[in-house]
Design a protein around this ligand. Sequence first.
Ligand code: BGC
Length: 735
Amino acid sequence: MKIEKKFQPFTVLVNNFGFNKSNSYCLKKISIKLLLFGFFSLSAQDTNSIENIISKLSIEEKIAMCHAQSKFSSSGVPRLGIPELWMSDGPHGIRAEMNWDDWQYANWSNDYVTAFPALTCLAATFNPDLSFEYGINLGEEARYRKKDVLLGPGVNIYRTPLNGRNFEYMGEDPFLAAKMVVPYVRGVQENGVAACVKHFALNNQEQWRGHINVEVSDRALHEIYLPAFKSAIVEGNAWAIMGAYNKFRGQHCCHNKILLNGILKDSWGFDGVVISDWAGTHNTNEAIYNGLDIEMGTPSNKNKSVRFPYDSNFLGNSFLDKIINGEVSERVLNEKVARILKLMFRTSLNKNRPYGNINYESHYKTAYDVATEGVVLLKNSNNLLPIDISKKIRIAVIGENAEKKMSSGGGSSELKVDKEVSPLYGIIKEFNNATIEYAKGYSSDDNQNNRQLKSKAIALAKDADVVLFIGGLNKNSFQDSEASDRKAFKLPYGQPELIKEISKHNKNMAVILISGNAVKTSWKYDVKSIVQSWYLGSEAGNAIASILSGEINPSGKLPFSFPEKLSDNGAHHYGEISYPGKNNSQLYKEDILVGYRWHDTKNIIPSFCFGHGLSYTTFELFDINTNKNKYRLNEKINVACKVRNIGNVEGKEVVQVYVGKENSKVKRPKKELKGFKKVEVNRNEYVEVNINIPVKELAYYDENIASWKIEKGNYIIYIGNSSRAIVKEIKIKIL
Ligand code: BGC
């Protein structure tokens, strides 16, 4: 039944274009053509058929394709068999079905899905192959749920730890985010489902997201905030992109001339569809001319005087009137429709796309693999971790996040899961020889008595052999959640005080932070171990338990820095004008010095630096060399390095290569990530790693020529296993 429904429109389409159904030659030609439509850009012949379709459409039909018809779909043209376009959040799983025209869930019984770990976790794996797996599996679920466009991934740069939505993004480094986003996009799109990269661009805070105007230099824009988007489009060939809510240089991003026409479409050659963020469209003329193709989320008009509720959208009747009265050329409309049709040929009209599946074992396996590879061991004194599962010990599990399900909440990325293993459940299953006792310790619910919870937790901790404190943030408003930013950098609900208090009674304490953001770790010297976990999705508890028991050796690396205090973060250093803004505007005063770039350049020591992550084994990086020391502009710098495992268990390590310019004529960060490679090494063995860095990657964005420029002269290559654990520096020269 499902299948027939999918194919039917195509047959109608064929008939309507004057092909004779009995003429097998014509049909064959069309199906061969459709085969090609699948995953590559369209041929001249395909473009002709898009033009052909457009010539059969009325202006009203075309207008209807350019805006929503419901909360998550836009219109097709039934008389020609052109299907509707169905979209879904994203980015960590396929969101439950919503009602046609309001924000209530529709309460279907067949929309339970796998929750994949949040994108911060994916970034922390430093493993692009896993990102591809993630994309493939997620795309399969999207396909099964009959979605044509997945509203994700998100690649806004982590600028401040207060941004409520950082958990949906890939960290503070443009190079890492770019390398991780490309395979995700490719994986999703292998299923004939479009990835819609979001939020383009500069949506780096949730506070005032609908109207804050971002002022940022061209240099920071191109070097920091755009590279991940550019890679998703140019290398990943993403078929859709979502505009951001905020303004850039005075104009809303969903119809921003510089971003959409200038950079995205003209300079990067984007041939896909620009979709507005939900209710991110504000002006008909700008929407018409500045690159927006589909307007979504603008409230519908339920007033009986309009024919269809969404006709009142900016790209609805107002657009139609302008075309009818000759104010706007129909060519502008056709250009949008051509893009939408192209998207359909890549997705809903691609007869060869797979059917997808949901909650498959392989999906849970990928969720588990990403989760376990993304968890970061921040600190581990006296080898408190891992905890031997054979031991008959008393483990006190303390903290609300031990039992809190995190797949729901947090805004549009929330999921209705088929399964979510809580950390507490995972720990109970894993440590079945131990006595596990649980105390909540604190509560995010104001109605609960935190004093009572605290004293119970302390009593429990006193008698335990090990304390596992499972806290952090959650998906409530003003935590890791859409539409609001965090109000403070420190842990909420009295956790810092509780951790300090418990540590007075029990020194064997590990803190497991569940969050999508850095938090203040003023208590870090009071505890032996700290584990940065993330919103890990369906397999959360299993993954955390596997790390705590050593079944999996941690190998995640921080995709963003943990500053000591908020003012140590570049964006916050400059105060209100820089974050959250003043008089509806903000200036990114730290410019290109985001994250570790700021810390390194200003000699600020963070609590935990970008790229940091420990293991239960010890790795040694040796025989580190570049293939030569002088390079021409078109060459690649080859960095070779050996990684030896000198500990007792096998593990994975990430070799990281940073580059800095000596005596630069322009402002530069001390160093920037330019290459990385994750390798698996057995104990007492070593593996060889080769990382190639094209010299052109060393360019900076020169605002005077509005282009990239490579400075000649000396550079330092830094090789290590975090941004601050540099094992060797090598000087090279660019000729
Ligand atoms: C979010 C988007 C999301 C959309 C649809 C917006 O509020 O910013 O990321 O895709 O809603 O749910």
